[in-house]
Design a protein around this ligand. Structure first.
Ligand code: MG
Ligand code: ZN
Length: 504
Protein backbone atom coordinates (compact mmCIF):
# COMPACT_ATOMS: atom_id res chain seq x y z
CA UNK A 1 0.00 0.00 0.00
CA UNK A 2 1.21 3.51 -0.79
CA UNK A 3 1.40 5.43 2.45
CA UNK A 4 1.44 9.18 1.86
CA UNK A 5 3.28 11.50 4.22
CA UNK A 6 1.38 13.47 6.79
CA UNK A 7 1.94 16.10 9.48
CA UNK A 8 -0.09 16.72 12.62
CA UNK A 9 -1.21 20.21 13.65
CA UNK A 10 -2.50 20.75 17.19
CA UNK A 11 -3.80 24.23 18.07
CA UNK A 12 -3.74 24.83 21.80
CA UNK A 13 -4.45 27.40 24.46
CA UNK A 14 -2.08 25.62 26.82
CA UNK A 15 -4.41 22.97 28.19
CA UNK A 16 -2.53 20.44 30.33
CA UNK A 17 -3.85 17.45 28.34
CA UNK A 18 -1.58 18.37 25.42
CA UNK A 19 1.06 15.79 26.44
CA UNK A 20 -1.46 12.99 26.07
CA UNK A 21 -2.22 14.12 22.51
CA UNK A 22 1.44 14.14 21.53
CA UNK A 23 2.49 10.88 23.22
CA UNK A 24 1.36 8.38 20.57
CA UNK A 25 2.69 10.66 17.80
CA UNK A 26 6.15 10.99 19.31
CA UNK A 27 6.35 7.35 20.41
CA UNK A 28 5.30 6.00 17.01
CA UNK A 29 7.73 3.48 15.55
CA UNK A 30 5.58 2.89 12.47
CA UNK A 31 3.98 5.42 10.13
CA UNK A 32 5.25 8.32 12.23
CA UNK A 33 4.26 11.85 11.16
CA UNK A 34 6.67 13.92 9.07
CA UNK A 35 6.16 16.82 11.44
CA UNK A 36 4.25 17.57 14.63
CA UNK A 37 3.33 21.24 14.97
CA UNK A 38 1.78 22.70 18.10
CA UNK A 39 0.30 26.16 17.56
CA UNK A 40 0.08 28.13 20.77
CA UNK A 41 -2.86 30.50 20.31
CA UNK A 42 -2.65 32.34 23.59
CA UNK A 43 -2.37 36.11 23.20
CA UNK A 44 1.14 37.50 23.59
CA UNK A 45 1.97 37.82 27.28
CA UNK A 46 -0.89 35.60 28.47
CA UNK A 47 0.22 33.52 31.43
CA UNK A 48 -2.84 31.29 31.82
CA UNK A 49 -2.47 27.56 31.44
CA UNK A 50 0.51 25.29 31.18
CA UNK A 51 3.59 26.45 29.30
CA UNK A 52 3.86 25.14 25.76
CA UNK A 53 7.49 24.29 25.39
CA UNK A 54 9.13 22.66 22.45
CA UNK A 55 10.21 19.07 22.95
CA UNK A 56 12.18 16.88 20.57
CA UNK A 57 10.17 16.26 17.44
CA UNK A 58 7.66 19.05 18.08
CA UNK A 59 7.65 22.48 16.45
CA UNK A 60 5.93 25.18 18.48
CA UNK A 61 4.51 28.14 16.57
CA UNK A 62 2.51 31.09 17.87
CA UNK A 63 -0.64 32.54 16.38
CA UNK A 64 -1.17 35.38 18.84
CA UNK A 65 -4.63 34.69 20.25
CA UNK A 66 -6.46 35.06 16.94
CA UNK A 67 -8.64 32.00 17.42
CA UNK A 68 -8.55 28.37 16.27
CA UNK A 69 -9.08 29.16 12.58
CA UNK A 70 -5.98 31.37 12.46
CA UNK A 71 -4.02 28.88 14.59
CA UNK A 72 -4.79 25.99 12.23
CA UNK A 73 -3.80 28.15 9.25
CA UNK A 74 -0.46 29.01 10.81
CA UNK A 75 0.09 25.30 11.47
CA UNK A 76 -0.75 23.78 8.09
CA UNK A 77 0.98 26.55 6.18
CA UNK A 78 4.21 25.72 8.03
CA UNK A 79 4.36 22.08 6.90
CA UNK A 80 5.10 20.56 3.53
CA UNK A 81 3.57 17.09 3.71
CA UNK A 82 0.86 15.79 1.39
CA UNK A 83 -1.67 15.46 4.23
CA UNK A 84 -2.30 17.56 7.32
CA UNK A 85 -4.15 16.07 10.30
CA UNK A 86 -5.79 18.40 12.79
CA UNK A 87 -6.12 17.11 16.34
CA UNK A 88 -7.71 19.03 19.20
CA UNK A 89 -5.50 19.57 22.23
CA UNK A 90 -7.79 17.58 24.53
CA UNK A 91 -8.19 14.30 22.64
CA UNK A 92 -6.44 11.04 23.49
CA UNK A 93 -5.35 9.19 20.35
CA UNK A 94 -4.74 5.49 21.12
CA UNK A 95 -1.25 4.00 20.83
CA UNK A 96 -1.89 2.59 17.33
CA UNK A 97 -3.35 5.87 16.00
CA UNK A 98 -0.49 6.57 13.55
CA UNK A 99 -0.76 3.12 11.97
CA UNK A 100 -4.52 3.35 11.62
CA UNK A 101 -4.31 6.88 10.25
CA UNK A 102 -1.76 5.80 7.66
CA UNK A 103 -4.09 2.97 6.64
CA UNK A 104 -6.98 5.44 6.35
CA UNK A 105 -4.95 7.71 4.05
CA UNK A 106 -3.38 4.95 1.98
CA UNK A 107 -4.75 4.63 -1.54
CA UNK A 108 -7.37 7.33 -1.18
CA UNK A 109 -8.29 8.52 -4.68
CA UNK A 110 -7.18 12.03 -5.66
CA UNK A 111 -10.71 13.43 -5.51
CA UNK A 112 -10.99 12.54 -1.81
CA UNK A 113 -9.56 15.50 0.08
CA UNK A 114 -10.41 14.66 3.67
CA UNK A 115 -10.64 11.78 6.13
CA UNK A 116 -12.47 12.06 9.43
CA UNK A 117 -11.45 10.05 12.49
CA UNK A 118 -14.24 8.60 14.59
CA UNK A 119 -14.55 10.44 17.89
CA UNK A 120 -15.49 8.32 20.87
CA UNK A 121 -16.71 10.05 24.00
CA UNK A 122 -17.05 7.56 26.88
CA UNK A 123 -20.35 8.20 28.70
CA UNK A 124 -20.34 8.61 32.49
CA UNK A 125 -20.58 5.38 34.47
CA UNK A 126 -23.70 4.56 36.41
CA UNK A 127 -25.61 7.78 35.72
CA UNK A 128 -27.05 9.83 32.94
CA UNK A 129 -24.90 12.64 31.53
CA UNK A 130 -25.47 16.21 32.64
CA UNK A 131 -26.66 18.84 30.20
CA UNK A 132 -23.10 20.19 29.86
CA UNK A 133 -21.74 16.68 29.25
CA UNK A 134 -24.30 16.22 26.48
CA UNK A 135 -22.49 19.01 24.62
CA UNK A 136 -19.26 16.96 24.65
CA UNK A 137 -21.09 13.72 23.82
CA UNK A 138 -22.47 15.48 20.75
CA UNK A 139 -18.94 15.54 19.29
CA UNK A 140 -19.20 11.80 18.67
CA UNK A 141 -21.77 12.21 15.92
CA UNK A 142 -20.67 15.54 14.46
CA UNK A 143 -19.48 15.60 10.84
CA UNK A 144 -16.08 16.82 9.67
CA UNK A 145 -15.00 18.21 13.03
CA UNK A 146 -11.33 19.04 13.45
CA UNK A 147 -10.97 17.06 16.69
CA UNK A 148 -9.41 14.46 14.31
CA UNK A 149 -9.64 15.46 10.66
CA UNK A 150 -7.12 14.94 7.86
CA UNK A 151 -7.04 17.16 4.77
CA UNK A 152 -4.89 17.20 1.68
CA UNK A 153 -2.60 20.19 2.07
CA UNK A 154 -3.03 21.22 -1.57
CA UNK A 155 -6.80 21.43 -1.11
CA UNK A 156 -6.46 23.50 2.06
CA UNK A 157 -4.40 25.92 -0.03
CA UNK A 158 -6.92 25.79 -2.87
CA UNK A 159 -9.83 26.87 -0.67
CA UNK A 160 -7.72 29.49 1.11
CA UNK A 161 -7.54 27.82 4.52
CA UNK A 162 -9.85 28.45 7.44
CA UNK A 163 -12.18 31.44 7.62
CA UNK A 164 -11.13 33.62 10.55
CA UNK A 165 -14.51 35.28 10.80
CA UNK A 166 -15.29 32.20 12.89
CA UNK A 167 -13.43 33.35 15.94
CA UNK A 168 -14.27 30.59 18.40
CA UNK A 169 -13.81 26.85 18.22
CA UNK A 170 -17.19 26.53 16.54
CA UNK A 171 -18.35 26.09 12.92
CA UNK A 172 -14.95 26.95 11.41
CA UNK A 173 -14.47 23.24 10.77
CA UNK A 174 -17.90 22.74 9.21
CA UNK A 175 -17.33 25.82 7.07
CA UNK A 176 -14.08 24.56 5.56
CA UNK A 177 -15.57 21.10 4.98
CA UNK A 178 -18.42 22.63 2.98
CA UNK A 179 -15.98 24.73 0.93
CA UNK A 180 -13.91 21.61 0.16
CA UNK A 181 -17.09 19.80 -0.94
CA UNK A 182 -18.08 22.86 -3.01
CA UNK A 183 -14.69 22.68 -4.73
CA UNK A 184 -15.69 19.24 -5.99
CA UNK A 185 -13.79 17.03 -3.56
CA UNK A 186 -15.07 14.19 -1.42
CA UNK A 187 -14.70 13.64 2.32
CA UNK A 188 -14.69 10.17 3.86
CA UNK A 189 -14.82 8.63 7.30
CA UNK A 190 -11.73 6.65 8.23
CA UNK A 191 -11.48 3.60 10.45
CA UNK A 192 -9.29 5.18 13.11
CA UNK A 193 -10.75 6.07 16.49
CA UNK A 194 -9.78 8.92 18.77
CA UNK A 195 -11.04 9.21 22.32
CA UNK A 196 -12.35 12.53 23.56
CA UNK A 197 -12.62 12.42 27.34
CA UNK A 198 -15.97 13.48 28.75
CA UNK A 199 -15.76 16.98 30.12
CA UNK A 200 -18.27 18.87 32.21
CA UNK A 201 -17.66 22.54 31.45
CA UNK A 202 -20.22 23.52 34.10
CA UNK A 203 -23.82 24.78 33.91
CA UNK A 204 -22.80 28.21 32.56
CA UNK A 205 -21.57 26.49 29.40
CA UNK A 206 -25.12 26.43 28.08
CA UNK A 207 -25.25 30.23 28.35
CA UNK A 208 -21.79 30.86 26.88
CA UNK A 209 -22.45 28.54 23.96
CA UNK A 210 -25.35 30.73 22.82
CA UNK A 211 -22.71 32.93 21.14
CA UNK A 212 -22.72 30.19 18.48
CA UNK A 213 -26.03 31.61 17.22
CA UNK A 214 -24.00 34.45 15.67
CA UNK A 215 -21.70 31.93 13.94
CA UNK A 216 -24.76 30.13 12.60
CA UNK A 217 -25.82 33.39 10.96
CA UNK A 218 -22.47 33.52 9.15
CA UNK A 219 -22.92 29.87 8.11
CA UNK A 220 -26.30 30.73 6.55
CA UNK A 221 -24.85 33.77 4.77
CA UNK A 222 -21.97 31.76 3.35
CA UNK A 223 -23.62 28.41 2.64
CA UNK A 224 -27.32 29.12 2.25
CA UNK A 225 -30.28 28.05 4.40
CA UNK A 226 -29.79 24.30 3.91
CA UNK A 227 -26.25 23.91 5.20
CA UNK A 228 -27.34 21.83 8.22
CA UNK A 229 -28.85 19.20 5.94
CA UNK A 230 -25.57 18.95 4.00
CA UNK A 231 -23.65 18.01 7.16
CA UNK A 232 -26.47 15.90 8.59
CA UNK A 233 -27.05 18.14 11.55
CA UNK A 234 -30.54 18.36 13.07
CA UNK A 235 -32.21 21.74 13.11
CA UNK A 236 -31.41 23.68 16.28
CA UNK A 237 -33.95 25.03 18.75
CA UNK A 238 -33.67 28.63 17.58
CA UNK A 239 -37.24 28.96 16.23
CA UNK A 240 -38.62 27.75 19.55
CA UNK A 241 -36.32 30.17 21.41
CA UNK A 242 -37.59 33.02 19.22
CA UNK A 243 -41.20 32.09 19.99
CA UNK A 244 -40.45 31.88 23.73
CA UNK A 245 -38.75 35.26 23.66
CA UNK A 246 -41.59 36.81 21.68
CA UNK A 247 -44.10 35.46 24.25
CA UNK A 248 -42.03 36.97 27.06
CA UNK A 249 -41.76 40.37 25.33
CA UNK A 250 -45.48 40.30 24.45
CA UNK A 251 -46.44 39.43 28.02
CA UNK A 252 -44.35 42.34 29.33
CA UNK A 253 -45.90 44.76 26.85
CA UNK A 254 -49.45 43.54 27.57
CA UNK A 255 -48.81 43.81 31.32
CA UNK A 256 -47.64 47.39 30.87
CA UNK A 257 -50.84 48.24 28.96
CA UNK A 258 -53.00 46.59 31.60
CA UNK A 259 -51.18 48.36 34.43
CA UNK A 260 -51.81 51.66 32.63
CA UNK A 261 -55.51 50.79 32.50
CA UNK A 262 -55.56 50.65 28.68
CA UNK A 263 -56.66 46.99 28.53
CA UNK A 264 -57.58 44.05 30.73
CA UNK A 265 -55.09 41.55 32.17
CA UNK A 266 -56.26 38.74 29.91
CA UNK A 267 -53.68 39.14 27.12
CA UNK A 268 -50.81 39.48 29.60
CA UNK A 269 -51.93 36.33 31.42
CA UNK A 270 -52.30 34.38 28.18
CA UNK A 271 -48.88 35.39 26.84
CA UNK A 272 -47.29 34.85 30.26
CA UNK A 273 -48.85 31.40 30.33
CA UNK A 274 -47.47 30.62 26.88
CA UNK A 275 -43.98 31.76 27.95
CA UNK A 276 -44.18 29.61 31.12
CA UNK A 277 -45.30 26.57 29.18
CA UNK A 278 -42.55 26.92 26.56
CA UNK A 279 -39.88 27.52 29.19
CA UNK A 280 -41.08 24.58 31.28
CA UNK A 281 -41.05 22.30 28.23
CA UNK A 282 -37.48 23.36 27.40
CA UNK A 283 -36.32 22.88 31.00
CA UNK A 284 -37.98 19.47 31.19
CA UNK A 285 -36.36 18.39 27.93
CA UNK A 286 -32.96 19.17 29.47
CA UNK A 287 -33.70 17.71 32.91
CA UNK A 288 -35.30 14.51 31.60
CA UNK A 289 -32.18 13.31 29.76
CA UNK A 290 -29.89 14.19 32.70
CA UNK A 291 -29.10 12.78 36.12
CA UNK A 292 -32.09 14.64 37.67
CA UNK A 293 -30.19 15.66 40.79
CA UNK A 294 -31.53 18.70 42.69
CA UNK A 295 -28.51 20.81 41.69
CA UNK A 296 -28.80 19.93 38.01
CA UNK A 297 -32.57 20.54 38.06
CA UNK A 298 -32.13 24.00 39.63
CA UNK A 299 -29.41 24.89 37.12
CA UNK A 300 -31.63 23.76 34.23
CA UNK A 301 -34.60 25.78 35.52
CA UNK A 302 -32.54 28.97 35.77
CA UNK A 303 -30.62 28.64 32.50
CA UNK A 304 -33.71 27.50 30.55
CA UNK A 305 -35.32 30.87 31.28
CA UNK A 306 -32.18 32.77 30.20
CA UNK A 307 -31.22 30.81 27.08
CA UNK A 308 -34.05 31.87 24.71
CA UNK A 309 -33.52 35.66 25.03
CA UNK A 310 -29.74 35.15 24.99
CA UNK A 311 -30.01 33.09 21.80
CA UNK A 312 -32.09 35.87 20.21
CA UNK A 313 -29.57 38.49 21.28
CA UNK A 314 -26.63 36.60 19.72
CA UNK A 315 -28.64 35.90 16.61
CA UNK A 316 -29.38 39.62 16.18
CA UNK A 317 -25.74 40.51 16.89
CA UNK A 318 -24.66 37.99 14.22
CA UNK A 319 -27.14 39.39 11.69
CA UNK A 320 -25.57 42.81 12.22
CA UNK A 321 -21.93 41.70 12.33
CA UNK A 322 -22.19 39.50 9.26
CA UNK A 323 -24.44 41.73 7.15
CA UNK A 324 -23.13 41.64 3.60
CA UNK A 325 -20.61 38.88 4.41
CA UNK A 326 -18.91 37.65 1.24
CA UNK A 327 -17.49 34.22 0.49
CA UNK A 328 -14.09 33.54 2.04
CA UNK A 329 -12.16 33.55 -1.24
CA UNK A 330 -13.94 36.48 -2.88
CA UNK A 331 -13.03 39.03 -0.28
CA UNK A 332 -11.92 42.23 -1.95
CA UNK A 333 -8.34 43.45 -1.85
CA UNK A 334 -8.26 46.38 0.56
CA UNK A 335 -4.53 47.08 0.92
CA UNK A 336 -1.22 46.39 -0.84
CA UNK A 337 1.95 45.72 1.14
CA UNK A 338 5.39 45.91 -0.44
CA UNK A 339 8.73 44.44 0.45
CA UNK A 340 11.37 47.21 0.24
CA UNK A 341 14.76 45.87 -0.90
CA UNK A 342 14.73 44.21 -4.29
CA UNK A 343 11.06 45.11 -4.76
CA UNK A 344 10.63 48.90 -4.47
CA UNK A 345 14.30 49.83 -4.56
CA UNK A 346 17.39 48.07 -5.86
CA UNK A 347 18.86 45.89 -3.14
CA UNK A 348 21.96 47.40 -1.56
CA UNK A 349 22.77 44.98 1.29
CA UNK A 350 22.53 46.64 4.75
CA UNK A 351 22.13 50.05 3.21
CA UNK A 352 22.27 52.88 5.75
CA UNK A 353 22.90 55.66 3.25
CA UNK A 354 19.91 57.57 1.81
CA UNK A 355 21.95 58.65 -1.23
CA UNK A 356 22.24 55.00 -2.30
CA UNK A 357 18.44 54.59 -2.68
CA UNK A 358 17.53 53.81 -6.31
CA UNK A 359 13.91 52.88 -7.07
CA UNK A 360 13.29 50.02 -9.50
CA UNK A 361 11.97 50.99 -12.93
CA UNK A 362 8.34 52.09 -12.89
CA UNK A 363 8.05 51.99 -9.09
CA UNK A 364 6.48 55.41 -8.67
CA UNK A 365 3.90 54.77 -11.40
CA UNK A 366 3.05 51.37 -9.94
CA UNK A 367 2.51 52.81 -6.47
CA UNK A 368 0.42 55.64 -7.88
CA UNK A 369 -1.91 53.02 -9.39
CA UNK A 370 -2.60 51.78 -5.86
CA UNK A 371 -3.10 55.33 -4.59
CA UNK A 372 -5.42 56.16 -7.48
CA UNK A 373 -7.50 53.09 -6.63
CA UNK A 374 -7.98 54.57 -3.16
CA UNK A 375 -6.26 51.66 -1.40
CA UNK A 376 -3.83 52.12 1.47
CA UNK A 377 -0.30 50.84 0.97
CA UNK A 378 2.50 49.85 3.31
CA UNK A 379 6.02 48.52 3.47
CA UNK A 380 7.07 45.34 5.31
CA UNK A 381 10.84 45.05 5.50
CA UNK A 382 13.38 42.76 7.21
CA UNK A 383 16.37 44.82 8.40
CA UNK A 384 18.50 42.31 10.27
CA UNK A 385 21.48 44.64 9.74
CA UNK A 386 20.24 46.44 12.86
CA UNK A 387 20.52 43.29 15.00
CA UNK A 388 23.92 42.55 13.49
CA UNK A 389 25.19 46.02 14.36
CA UNK A 390 25.90 46.85 10.71
CA UNK A 391 23.41 49.73 10.56
CA UNK A 392 21.42 51.72 13.12
CA UNK A 393 17.67 52.13 13.35
CA UNK A 394 18.17 55.85 12.59
CA UNK A 395 19.96 55.00 9.36
CA UNK A 396 17.13 52.66 8.35
CA UNK A 397 14.63 55.42 9.12
CA UNK A 398 16.66 57.87 7.02
CA UNK A 399 16.70 55.42 4.10
CA UNK A 400 12.93 54.88 4.48
CA UNK A 401 12.38 58.65 4.46
CA UNK A 402 14.35 58.85 1.22
CA UNK A 403 12.18 56.07 -0.27
CA UNK A 404 9.08 58.15 0.56
CA UNK A 405 10.70 61.24 -0.99
CA UNK A 406 11.22 59.37 -4.24
CA UNK A 407 8.14 57.14 -4.31
CA UNK A 408 5.48 59.05 -2.38
CA UNK A 409 3.91 58.41 1.02
CA UNK A 410 3.05 55.03 2.51
CA UNK A 411 0.30 54.52 5.07
CA UNK A 412 2.38 52.24 7.28
CA UNK A 413 6.00 51.11 7.63
CA UNK A 414 6.74 47.90 9.45
CA UNK A 415 10.39 47.00 9.96
CA UNK A 416 11.80 43.91 11.66
CA UNK A 417 15.09 44.85 13.33
CA UNK A 418 15.80 41.30 14.51
CA UNK A 419 18.22 38.68 13.32
CA UNK A 420 17.55 35.07 12.39
CA UNK A 421 18.58 33.79 15.81
CA UNK A 422 16.21 36.10 17.73
CA UNK A 423 13.18 33.96 16.93
CA UNK A 424 10.92 37.01 16.73
CA UNK A 425 7.37 36.81 15.37
CA UNK A 426 7.95 39.49 12.74
CA UNK A 427 10.93 38.47 10.60
CA UNK A 428 9.70 37.21 7.23
CA UNK A 429 8.90 34.38 6.43
CA UNK A 430 7.03 34.72 9.72
CA UNK A 431 3.74 36.61 9.47
CA UNK A 432 4.18 39.31 12.15
CA UNK A 433 5.07 42.27 9.91
CA UNK A 434 2.08 41.63 7.68
CA UNK A 435 -0.32 41.13 10.58
CA UNK A 436 0.87 44.38 12.18
CA UNK A 437 0.68 46.32 8.92
CA UNK A 438 -2.85 45.01 8.26
CA UNK A 439 -3.85 46.06 11.78
CA UNK A 440 -2.34 49.52 11.18
CA UNK A 441 -4.44 49.87 8.03
CA UNK A 442 -7.61 48.54 9.66
CA UNK A 443 -7.99 45.64 7.23
CA UNK A 444 -7.91 41.86 7.63
CA UNK A 445 -4.73 40.03 6.56
CA UNK A 446 -6.91 38.15 4.06
CA UNK A 447 -7.69 41.47 2.41
CA UNK A 448 -4.00 42.30 1.81
CA UNK A 449 -1.77 41.47 -1.14
CA UNK A 450 1.96 41.30 -0.43
CA UNK A 451 4.32 42.06 -3.30
CA UNK A 452 7.92 40.88 -2.84
CA UNK A 453 10.95 39.50 -4.60
CA UNK A 454 11.84 36.34 -2.66
CA UNK A 455 10.23 33.23 -1.18
CA UNK A 456 10.27 34.67 2.34
CA UNK A 457 7.83 37.37 1.20
CA UNK A 458 5.47 34.79 -0.28
CA UNK A 459 5.76 32.52 2.76
CA UNK A 460 5.10 35.39 5.16
CA UNK A 461 1.98 36.33 3.19
CA UNK A 462 0.82 32.73 3.26
CA UNK A 463 1.44 32.42 7.00
CA UNK A 464 -0.56 35.60 7.60
CA UNK A 465 -3.41 34.46 5.36
CA UNK A 466 -2.68 37.22 2.84
CA UNK A 467 -2.35 36.84 -0.92
CA UNK A 468 0.94 37.50 -2.71
CA UNK A 469 2.57 38.29 -6.02
CA UNK A 470 6.26 37.52 -6.52
CA UNK A 471 8.32 39.75 -8.82
CA UNK A 472 11.50 37.71 -9.38
CA UNK A 473 14.88 39.39 -9.73
CA UNK A 474 18.16 37.75 -10.76
CA UNK A 475 18.68 37.05 -7.03
CA UNK A 476 15.40 35.14 -6.68
CA UNK A 477 16.04 31.42 -6.60
CA UNK A 478 14.29 29.44 -9.35
CA UNK A 479 12.60 27.15 -6.82
CA UNK A 480 11.13 30.22 -5.07
CA UNK A 481 9.65 31.41 -8.35
CA UNK A 482 8.33 27.94 -9.10
CA UNK A 483 6.69 27.68 -5.67
CA UNK A 484 5.03 31.12 -5.77
CA UNK A 485 1.27 30.98 -6.35
CA UNK A 486 1.39 34.16 -8.49
CA UNK A 487 4.25 35.95 -10.22
CA UNK A 488 4.64 39.06 -12.37
CA UNK A 489 7.53 40.23 -14.59
CA UNK A 490 7.62 43.72 -13.06
CA UNK A 491 6.19 45.83 -10.27
CA UNK A 492 3.54 47.52 -12.39
CA UNK A 493 2.13 44.20 -13.61
CA UNK A 494 2.21 42.88 -10.03
CA UNK A 495 0.18 45.87 -8.82
CA UNK A 496 -2.32 45.46 -11.67
CA UNK A 497 -2.77 41.82 -10.67
CA UNK A 498 -3.17 42.76 -7.02
CA UNK A 499 -5.80 45.40 -7.81
CA UNK A 500 -7.74 42.98 -10.00
CA UNK A 501 -7.77 40.56 -7.08
CA UNK A 502 -5.79 38.17 -9.27
CA UNK A 503 -3.13 37.49 -6.65
CA UNK A 504 -3.13 33.99 -5.24
MG1 MG B 1 13.42 41.80 -0.82
ZN1 ZN C 1 11.43 40.74 14.06
Amino acid sequence: MARPGYSVVVPTVGRPALDRVLEPLLDATEDAPEAVVVVDDRPPGAAAGAAVTARPGVRVLRSGGRGPAAARDVGWRAVGSEWVVFLDDDVVPPADWTVRLAADLADLPDHVAGSQGTIEVPPPEGRRPTDAEHATLGLAGAAWITADMAYRRSVLALVGGFDRRFRRAYREDTDIALRVLDAGYGLVRGERVTVHPLRDPGPLHSLRSQAGNADDVLMRRLHGPHWRERVGEPRGRFRRHALTTAALAGAAAAAARAAAGRSGWGPAAALGGLWSALTAEFAWHRVARGPRTPGETAAMAATSALIPPLACYHRAAGEWRHRGARPHRDRPVKAVLFDRDGTLVHDVPYNGDPSEVRPVAGARAALDLVRAAGLPLGVVSNQSGIARGLITRDQVDAVNARVEELLGPFDTWRVCAHGDADGCACRKPRPGLILDAAADLGVAPEECVVIGDIGADVDAARAAGARSVLVPTPRTRPQETAAAPATAPDLRTAVRRALRGAAA
